[in-house]
Design a binder for this molecule. Structure first.
Ligand code: ADP
Ligand code: MG
Length: 197
């Protein structure tokens, strides 16, 4: 019988995580296969910085940029910065879809206008993947208001107003997960096994 625990200190308090239950199937399988378990276990722990973690984020090329025939030009901004498109589809959002997607903004004065704009024509919805993808994508997009967006960002180069600003991107890890799920099943996402750069 083996026991495996992790002891840690959090805010000055000692804590313990018991991994016994989690590891028991592994131990049992090893014993069944008549493999011996060494008494030495090497534990490697490292704290990964955002610059080392591969993430996914949701991107939408909005109706204004689709209408301007800029899909290919915009996708190039992602690929040349090392983001890969791992899922994509063109859709024309219904009012309900757009309202659900932007529910967080429902009390904002521009909400109805935003829904009308987002349903005014087809959009290209994509899941982007790469190291630090969520923040990197926001940097590639530029700020919401194109008058503040530098040239070389997607909004700086393609947006025509604070509303018609060419592109959507998730703003954090939780929204990225929710928003990808809003449009794609797990089986529609084709993760890259190796880095493109
Ligand atoms: P972002 O898209 O940069 O995350 P927000 O989440 O704040 O920005 O807003 C969602 C979208 O709502 C914006 O991309 C834009 O299309 C629209 N929007 C934001 N602020 C305004 C505004 N003041 N007037 C009109 N539309 C706006
Ligand atoms: Mg937002």
């Amino acid at each position: 019988m083996f026991s495996l625990q992790i002891h840690f200190v959090q805010e000055g308090e000692l804590g313990t995580i018991n991994l016994q239950g989690l590891c028991q199937p592994v131990f049992s399988q090893l014993e069944e296969d008549s493999l011996s378990i060494t008494t030495e276990i090497q534990v490697t722990m490292s704290h990964l910085s955002p610059s080392q973690v591969t993430e996914q984020t949701l991107s939408i090329i909005k109706p204004d940029a689709v209408e301007q025939n800029q899909i290919g030009n915009i996708i190039e901004y992602f690929e040349k910065e090392g983001l890969s498109i791992v899922a994509a589809k063109m859709v024309k959002l219904s009012h309900k879809q757009a309202a659900d997607f932007y529910a967080v903004h429902k009390e904002r004065p521009f909400f109805q206008e935003l829904i009308d704009f987002m349903t005014s024509g087809p959009v290209l919805v994509m899941a982007l993947e790469g190291v630090d993808a969520i923040n990197l994508n926001r940097r590639i997009m530029g700020p919401t208001d194109p008058s503040k967006a530098p040239a070389g960002t997607i909004r700086g180069d393609f947006a025509t107003s604070i509303e018609k600003n060419a592109i959507h991107g998730s703003d954090g890890p939780n929204t990225a997960k929710q928003e990808i799920k809003f449009f794609f099943k797990d089986t529609e996402i084709y993760h890259r096994t190796s880095s493109p750069l």
